[in-house]
Design a protein around this ligand. Structure first.
Ligand code: AHM
Ligand code: MG
Length: 339
């Protein structure tokens, strides 16, 4: 027997949420809907990868000197196109673009929000059919509507985010977001082409038994990090109380697993990347907002909340530790004990 019940779609859910704020004008609701639309376009391409000509390198490198993949370029293009014609967004900072992206159309300049985005995170996994994602962060602009946005709009600390989230293109496709009222997850139902509510108010466990770090850099880590990792492996003699090591190499996928199961994700500074690898604005801040909203923590390993860091440059990097509260506190304490 088929049930008549279907869970609320993303649009239905956020419209419903908006009614809790009688003065809300619906711009943020529409913007989140537009992010949903763009991610469906990317999802369609991801699901056909291997059949359509979307795998492989695009033949150029981005501002960070990394190879741009065809899917990086496709996702970047789709998000810019959808957001630029949304009417809610006046500018975008993207991993793939050196400068802030502004728009010519006057209705776009009236947009109240700016978006920081990593359109396709986990690029090294694209060609090998491993989970990848999109990460986004939304701020209210501080410059006057009707003008081009500038760095003042983009270089706001993460504690000013009005919404943030990610889309994970995994065994199913999910959109997970927060507007500062907890974390909610939607699973894409391909039969109706909609994201449907599947995870209401996600709570990250306070503690976990998974650690996620690229241990290939072990020798490049500071002594505090190395000792924390050694402890994750259990006691010297028996390996007792060892945690599980899980590292996908897609921040979105690694964080998502730890969010659901409890664990810690770490990308510390290394000898080669003394400032860390991950970018503050469009990777760390949105994930940190989600971590805190689900009851976890995200810090830079020096006792500072990621979302309190004041950005100085669009593509600024930071060491990053995010996950279950107890585990983040433990690694912080270990780093501190080495001075
Ligand atoms: P990307 O945005 O170019 O894909 O880079 C970010 C990715 C993260 O998703 C992932 O956690 C990390 O880089 C992996 O880096 P590494 O291969 O050094 O472990
Ligand atoms: Mg990335």
């Amino acid at each position: 027997m088929t049930s008549n019940y279907h869970p609320p779609t993303l649009s239905e859910f956020i419209n419903e949420q908006q009614t809790a704020f009688p003065f809300a004008k619906g711009d943020l609701t529409r913007l989140l809907n537009h992010i949903g639309v763009a991610s469906k376009l990317v999802n369609r391409e991801v699901r056909a990868a291997g059949l359509v000509d979307i795998l492989g390198k695009a033949g150029k490198s981005n501002i960070q000197g990394e190879d741009v993949m065809k899917l990086d370029e496709f996702a970047n293009h789709k998000f810019i196109k959808v957001l630029s014609s949304s009417g809610e967004v006046c500018g975008i900072a993207s991993e793939e673009n050196h400068d802030i992206i502004t728009f010519d159309k006057s209705f776009a300049k009236e947009g109240k929000y700016v978006v920081c985005i990593d359109p396709l995170d986990g690029s090294s996994n694209i060609d090998v059919n491993v989970s990848i994602g999109t990460i986004f962060s939304i701020y209210r602009r501080v410059t006057d509507p009707g003008t081009d946005p500038d760095e003042r709009d983009i270089l706001q600390p993460g504690n000013k985010q009005v919404a943030a989230g990610y889309v994970i293109y995994g065994s199913s496709t999910m959109l997970v977001y927060t507007t500062g009222l907890g974390v909610t997850g939607f699973t894409y139902d391909p039969s109706i082409g909609e994201f449907c509510l599947s995870h209401y108010k996600i709570d990250m466990p306070d503690d976990g038994n998974i650690y996620s770090v690229n241990e290939g850099y072990y020798r490049q880590f500071s002594p505090g990090i190395r000792e924390y990792i050694d402890r994750c492996k259990g006691s010297d003699e028996t390996g007792g109380d060892a945690l599980s090591a899980r590292y996908i190499g897609s921040l979105v996928a690694d964080f998502h697993r730890n969010l659901m199961k409890g664990g810690i994700y770490m990308y510390p500074s290394t000898a080669q990347q003394p400032g860390g690898k991950l970018r503050l604005l469009y990777e760390c801040n949105p994930i940190a907002f989600l971590a805190e909203q689900s009851g976890g923590l995200a810090t830079d390993g020096k006792g500072r909340r990621i979302i309190d860091l004041v950005p100085e440059a669009i593509h600024q990097r930071t060491p990053f530790f995010a996950g279950s509260k107890k585990m983040v506190k433990e690694v912080e304490a270990m780093i501190r004990s080495y001075g």
